[in-house]
Design a protein around this ligand. Structure first.
Ligand code: FES
Length: 117
């Protein structure tokens, strides 16, 4: 079922909004490119709200001191121990097949953001 969560304009770029739908904690995230994603707002490690974390770019590098920010991979970083989750897929960066958070389908209609739960 589709639930209205906010107006699109209420989400700033790299912004996030915590919502509760059917008693599920969900964080709605707007990427730098303007797309909107929704993820379960619970870190699978110890359980804090991911909405209290930061949105950032994946930082890669092959050697010590090399930092390459991958613009296409935006992550939501847990506020407790910094596990990072791809905002598009909910997959963790360190174990994408094993550690992930649930994602929800988002639609935008008439400047309104809906999440399918
Ligand atoms: S509680 Fe989220 S990374 Fe540890």
């Amino acid at each position: 079922m589709k639930h209205l969560v906010c107006k699109y304009e209420d989400l700033k770029i790299d912004g996030k909004k915590a919502v509760s739908i059917d008693r599920k904690a969900i964080v709605v995230v707007r990427s730098e490119s303007g797309e909107v994603y929704a993820l379960r707002d619970v870190c699978p490690h110890k359980g804090p709200c991911l909405s209290a974390g930061m949105i950032d770019r994946n930082c890669a590098g092959d050697s010590v001191g090399e930092y390459i920010f991958e613009k296409e991979t935006e992550v939501l970083r847990c506020p407790w121990h910094s596990w990072e989750f791809d905002i598009k897929t909910g997959r963790s960066l360190f174990a994408p097949e094993k550690v992930k958070v649930k994602t929800y389908e988002v639609t935008i209609e008439d400047d309104k953001v809906y999440v399918e739960v």
